[in-house]
Write a protein that binds this ligand. Structure first.
Ligand SMILES: [Zn+2]
Length: 228
């Protein structure tokens, strides 16, 4: 009886803590979807962003830098637990095409290990820092079983800094099936997010993760998405 009660309790717990499942029911071939993506974290502003996304019922995608994950493993774990998608953004934010094969593999592999250690999950996608990539880099990423995720628009939030300007840039880039690049390390971006989300919802967008946006047809290792 005690064991049955424990199983029932754990099942109840599972069903109330699975926001990712609800997200999977969004069919982006039927509704207007957009993916908000955040690079370079986790950092000190990430918890504020996570709190907002949770409140708004929005799922996003985070491309994590390994040396940041080492500093904030609990934030990386929380990001995944709250139903967001996470990907690899290299260990040290290296510009990959300038590196040797072994160095590129190292940047990707070490970060896979670091993220898996922090979250229990091994990413299936990566985003090259600065969007710098080529056929050699893509082939090496394939060896680490990673899909390459670029973007359809960048806010250049790291340069704009000002929340009002970042908001205007993000809204201008919004389009169906788009993937917008921002940084959770930028305080102006985190500050602008409540209004960005409010306006995007008003325009009818479902804000989803990159895998949801790809409608189950990816991410597939060795393939590049959102090529500009
Ligand atoms: Zn970056």
């Amino acid at each position: 009886m005690v064991i049955n009660a424990l199983i029932a309790a754990s099942l109840a717990l599972t069903s109330t803590t699975a926001p990712a499942t609800a997200q999977a029911t969004v069919d982006c071939s039927r509704v207007k979807c957009l993916a908000l993506t955040f690079d370079d974290g986790p950092g000190e502003h990430t918890p504020t962003l996570l709190k907002l996304l949770k409140k708004e019922g929005v799922k996003a995608t985070f491309f994590l830098v390994g040396r940041q994950v080492v500093k904030h493993p609990e934030i990386a774990k929380r990001t995944l637990a709250e139903g967001h998608a996470i990907g690899n953004h290299t260990y040290s934010h290296a510009s990959l095409p300038t590196r040797l094969d072994d160095e590129i593999l190292e940047e990707l592999k070490v970060n896979q290990e670091v993220i898996e250690k922090a979250t229990g999950y091994r990413p299936t996608m990566y985003r090259p820092p600065y969007g710098s990539t080529d056929a050699r880099v893509l082939n090496l990423a394939n060896q680490v079983d990673l899909a390459e995720i670029l973007w359809t628009g960048t806010t250049l939030d790291w340069s704009l800094k000002d929340a009002a300007k970042i908001k205007a840039a993000a809204l201008k880039l919004a389009k169906r099936d788009g993937a917008i690049l921002m940084h959770d390390t930028e305080p102006g971006t985190v500050k602008a997010m409540p209004e960005i989300i409010k306006e995007l919802k008003k325009r009818g967008y479902h804000l989803v993760t990159v895998p949801t946006l790809l409608r189950g047809k990816g991410p597939a290792a060795g393939k590049s998405y959102f090529k500009r």
